[in-house]
Design a protein around this ligand. Structure first.
Ligand SMILES: Cc1cc2nc3c(=O)[nH]c(=O)nc-3n(C[C@H](O)[C@H](O)[C@H](O)COP(=O)(O)O)c2cc1C
Length: 455
């Protein structure tokens, strides 16, 4: 008997900031106008996507003391945008990234329960920890929490939020006007949470929402981050989009679930990826090369290298060879506010030099090669085949699509790739559920489940 084929989950990332976004393209629209959010969300809903996704940045990145060009396009408050989108969509999940380091669980639980009510059960919370102290300088306590304690605070934040969400029974409201009873008293319990990071005392303002608990997403990659995701998350937003790296991540994270009493089906893994289409494979490759040159300007290539080198490289020609001097590992503050993935900059520089030499790449060409996200490039049929192969071969359970154009960057995907996926029988042809948990095939949380374990 053949195994049933896994169904693909899809989400739409509103581009916001970073080098993927080509705000300078003549076709690019506003990053802040409501019409842009509406267009992308409605396109995703037309394509029967599981959810719409907003990342979060609480401080503009700075490069050598100046605003980093890639950040200036604007990023309005996540929950404000999602609440507004709830009114103009019917089925699409609405996922917001809100960090657990600078916020309080009572407020967060209330905001996400409210979004879940307003949207009829479509809310999701992407739990991030904003690892850099630089971001914290915008907040009263500054960079008060070291990386090692951020996941402890995140776990306690979720545990407290769950206590609050569980404090109203689903059938608490009776609204019996004749008897003068609005809510059954025994069905609304006070919460008393005391922990190293939080203190909550009192009744929760918000009745239980349609999903019980909003869908929880996690994005973080260290061993602590992976454990926290395995213990807590319904979905992981990963950066491992290639087949081999995806399979390794998938095995690692799904292997951590049993220790938390969970099964592989309880957690969906969805990497961020880009897609470039063409009528022929050659045309798609040509378009992809053009987009990559838009994404990596000559100045952008030098700035990218400076982040790793920790040095002023402005004297270098972007069309010339890589710097002869070595990176300065002690200087990690050239770009502030960026999530660092290069723990060993000397090794990174060595690898890049070898790669550039082997392929005869200039600085800009090298940056184009190493900075690119996982991309599916080809005809709609080729892209559908490749995406399906990734999912069937356990590199992921679906994808968060990161378009380079706002707000029209997913139009072509929805028109041309979604029908191919449907034809392959691996993507829905209609929404069959009203809630995001339903779209993702996730169970409704038990009312009195144990709080999340600390990772
Ligand atoms: C794919 C991905 C997306 C992320 N998106 C955000 C984001 O939008 N906002 C944010 O503050 N942090 C974001 N982060 C940072 C994480 O929340 C986390 O703080 C960081 O990765 C450090 O944790 P780690 O050492 O476990 O990776 C993201 C991380 C990953 C891997």
């Amino acid at each position: 008997m053949t195994e049933p084929r896994k169904r693909i989950h899809l989400a739409a990332h509103f581009p916001g900031v970073n080098s993927t976004t080509v705000w300078s393209d003549p076709e690019s629209g506003s990053q802040t106008a409501f019409s842009s959010f509406v267009h992308l969300a409605r396109t995703a809903e037309r394509g029967l996507f599981d959810f719409f996704f907003l990342a979060e940045g609480l401080r503009l990145r700075e490069h050598r003391g100046r605003i980093f060009d890639l950040d200036v396009v604007g990023r309005p408050d996540t929950l404000t945008v999602l609440n507004a989108l709830a009114a103009v969509t019917d089925h699409l999940g609405l996922a917001g990234t809100i960090n657990t380091t600078f916020n309080e669980p009572y407020e967060l639980a209330r905001q996400f329960a409210s979004l879940d009510h307003l949207s009829g059960g479509r809310a999701a919370w992407n739990l991030v920890t904003s690892s850099d102290a630089f971001t914290g300088e915008n907040f009263r306590r500054g960079g008060f929490l070291p990386h090692s304690e951020r996941y402890q605070r995140a776990a306690e934040t979720v545990a407290a939020a769950r206590e609050l969400w569980d404090s109203w029974d689903a059938d608490a409201i009776v609204a019996d006007a004749a008897g003068g009873v609005f809510a059954r008293p025994e069905a609304v319990r006070p919460v008393q949470h005391r922990g190293p990071h939080h203190s909550v005392d009192g009744f929760f303002t918000t009745p239980r929402s349609p999903q019980g608990h909003p869908v929880l997403i996690q994005a973080g990659d260290s061993p602590d981050g992976r454990d926290f995701g395995a213990a807590t998350a319904d979905v992981i937003f990963s950066r491992h989009g290639t087949l081999a790296a995806g399979q390794e991540f998938y095995r690692d994270v799904k292997g951590r679930l049993a220790a938390h009493g969970r099964t592989p089906d309880d957690l969906k893994i969805m990497p961020g990826v880009t897609v470039v289409l063409g009528d022929t494979a050659a045309e798609a490759e040509e378009r992809a090369a053009h987009i990559r040159r838009q994404q990596v300007s000559p100045a952008g290539a030098i700035a990218f290298l400076e982040q790793v080198w920790g040095r002023d490289l402005s004297g270098y020609d972007p069309d010339g060879p890589l710097p002869r001097e070595d990176p300065d590992p002690a200087n990690t503050s050239v770009t502030r506010g960026r999530v660092r993935h290069d723990r060993d900059v000397l090794a990174t520089a060595r690898q890049w030099r070898e790669l550039a030499e082997r392929k005869g790449l200039s600085i800009r060409e090298l940056v184009i090669e190493v900075a690119a996200r996982q991309s599916f490039i080809g005809t709609p049929r080729q892209v559908a085949e490749a995406m399906d192969a990734h999912v069937q071969q356990d590199a992921c359970d679906g994808f968060i699509l990161v378009p380079h154009l706002t707000p029209t960057g997913l139009d072509e995907f929805v028109d041309r790739v979604v029908p191919e996926l449907q034809e392959r029988g691996v993507f829905r042809t209609a929404y069959t559920s009203g809630t995001l948990r339903g779209h993702l095939g996730l169970p409704h949380p038990d009312r009195r489940r144990a709080p999340a374990a600390v990772g």
